[in-house]
Design a protein around this ligand. Structure first.
Ligand code: G4P
Length: 530
């Protein structure tokens, strides 16, 4: 990374990241404060209407409101100081891990939010593991320090042991719970004091010269000051110091302590991403590595979302720009169809409002409204045939058959299902024998979401029913071998929305049998989306 040439300033100032956390740790609140400081919203509380609906403004579905979960990932851009931040929201619920996984392929860093009283929770751990697969740099925010929290060393130890990553304190909390005063900024030798009276105010920041500075005593009571000095001394002895290279390689995470609801620690965290990076990264394709500073535009679709705006029946493809300088109206090459595509109305996601993007740079996330041409994994370039790798499609873990309660609507149902399949919201398999469809998902809640969306967006009431199958595997291999398998196992064969052959079964034994009996055929639980 350090050997790379300097990036054009516009690209070097991009910071594209996601927030990972266990539900309730404070992701929504932190997002809200980011947007508040980034000037994307005027008042806190706009992102999440207090009490009645605990959601970010980017959520739009009734079902999400009812369940209080965020089903769909979305992107938000904002400016703060010298940087342009692109925050890609990840759905927090474990049922949507596939979507989350793909979202994490489009960012350069992640912020891990943990609750100071609860430490590392199950969902945090899962998401962390996904980040680790890509060695994503991780910044940690220990939230809710205004409440009774665990001992600071204990929290840090838990992260180190549970996640096997070095933790370097970027700040050190002074008191906790009702006594929480603020933090000592260990990287900049500053005192940050929390204002309890105004939850939206940025903390008062006092420059000091070391922990022996007499100024400290004016702000921190003697007993707390003594404890702070002791703890910081111990921390410096026992814990690793912040090392940028190690952070960028994903081996070390800096930790800030704060209280999102009180806007405390948020600014320091934003400055941290700004100051330490990472800058937009190099991405891999099947052909070669693509660097952000390359003159030509390239990018890939990591998410497709339909009907974001109920008034416009469009789909938006979320594209991570990997390189170049894109301008509105530019003709790009759609690699999968080998056709040019004029991108005349790209959108940037400034909090809730969609705004036309006049230009965008490597690192940015743009939305491209389209009628279904753009699918997850698709590459856009200025003519080169590139295929970005590492955007997987997972075999669903749950299968159900679906039918319209009104049989006359069968044809429309097919259209709706295909759309959701292309969006990546579910896998849809058309069995080779018989009629109807089998829908596959990763988490059970997705069936409810689908049923609700099919009814809401297409006016088709549907029923999901138990299917005779429980596993799906993509069939790969040489043509003759696959043909032989198809002919002898018709009752197990289906086709996904791309027309690829999928083997359905309820027995692991069947999968083993095929792999044993059909040389040259493999059954795969993932399929690269390219
Ligand atoms: P999530 O998106 O990660 O699920 O968490 P969210 O921000 O919705 O926060 C979960 C709860 O924690 C909310 O309380 C929120 O107000 C509270 N919270 C967030 N940050 C802090 C903090 O720094 N200190 C304290 N004490 N609480 C915090 P809630 O009661 O569930 O909702 P609400 O009624 O407050 O909106």
């Amino acid at each position: 990374m350090s050997n790379r040439p300097a990036l054009p300033p516009e690209i070097a100032r991009r910071r594209t990241f996601a927030i990972i956390s266990h539900p309730d740790a404070g992701k929504t609140t932190l997002t809200e404060k980011f947007l508040l400081f980034g000037g994307a919203i005027q008042m806190a509380g706009q992102v999440r209407a207090k009490g009645e609906a605990r959601r970010t403004r980017s959520d739009f579905m009734k079902l999400e409101q009812d369940r209080g979960i965020s089903v769909s990932a979305s992107a938000m851009s904002f400016e703060y100081r010298d940087f342009r931040y692109n925050l890609v929201d990840t759905p927090g619920h474990s049922d949507f891990s596939e979507d989350t996984y793909r979202t994490l392929t489009a960012v350069d860093a992640a912020i891990m939010v943990i609750d100071g009283a609860k430490g590392v929770e199950s969902q945090t751990r899962k998401l962390f593991e996904v980040c680790r697969l890509r060695d994503l740099p991780i910044l940690t925010f220990c939230n809710k320090m205004d409440r009774e929290s665990r001992d600071t060393f204990e929290i840090i130890d838990e992260i180190q042991e549970n996640l096997a990553i070095d933790v370097a304190p970027a700040s050190w909390p002074i008191g906790m719970g009702r006594e929480f005063l603020g933090c000592y900024d260990m990287l900049h030798d500053r005192l940050e004091l929390m204002d309890r009276a105004d939850r939206n105010k940025v903390a008062e920041s006092i420059k000091i010269s070391g922990l022996d500075d007499p100024k400290l005593a004016e702000h921190v009571p003697a007993d707390m000051l003594e404890k702070l000095r002791e703890e910081v001394e111990m921390a410096r002895e026992l814990l690793p110091a912040f090392d940028r290279q190690s952070f960028l390689e994903g081996h070390l995470t800096p930790i800030w302590f704060g209280s999102a609801i009180n806007s405390f620690g948020v600014k320091e965290l934003m400055d941290g991403i700004g100051e330490f990076g990472p800058e937009p990264e190099v991405f891999k394709t099947a052909e070669r590595d693509v660097a952000p500073e390359e003159k030509k535009v390239s990018g890939f679709v990591f998410k497709v979302q339909a009907n974001m705006d109920p008034k416009h029946r469009d789909r938006v493809a979320f594209v991570r720009l990997v390189s170049g300088h894109f301008t509105r109206g530019q003709k790009l090459f759609h690699v999968r169809s080998k056709k040019p595509m004029a991108v005349s109305n790209p959108v940037l996601f400034l909090a809730a409002d969609r705004e036309l993007a006049e230009e965008a740079w490597g690192g940015d996330i743009i939305g491209i409204p389209n009628h279904g041409q753009l699918r997850i994994g698709d590459a856009l370039t200025e003519g080169e045939s590139l295929r970005f790798t590492g955007i997987p499609s997972f075999a669903p873990e749950l299968l159900q058959s679906v039918r319209a309660t009104d049989p006359m609507k069968g044809k429309h149902l097919e259209k709706a299902l295909m759309q959701f399949a292309e969006e990546g919201a579910a896998k849809v398999f058309k069995p080779a024998i018989g009629s109807g469809f089998i829908v596959g998902v990763v988490g059970a809640l997705q069936f409810d979401v689908l049923a609700s969306r099919i009814e809401l967006e297409y006016g088709i009431p549907v029923r999901f029913e138990t299917s005779q199958f429980t596993s799906a595997r993509w069939v790969q291999g040489d043509k003759a071998a696959v043909e032989k398998l198809l002919n002898a196992n018709k009752q197990h064969i289906s086709y996904d929305h791309d027309g690829d052959v999928v083997f359905l079964t309820r027995l692991q034994w069947d999968i083993d049998r095929v792999e044993r009996d059909y040389e040259g055929v493999t059954l795969s639980a993932t399929k690269e989306m390219m």
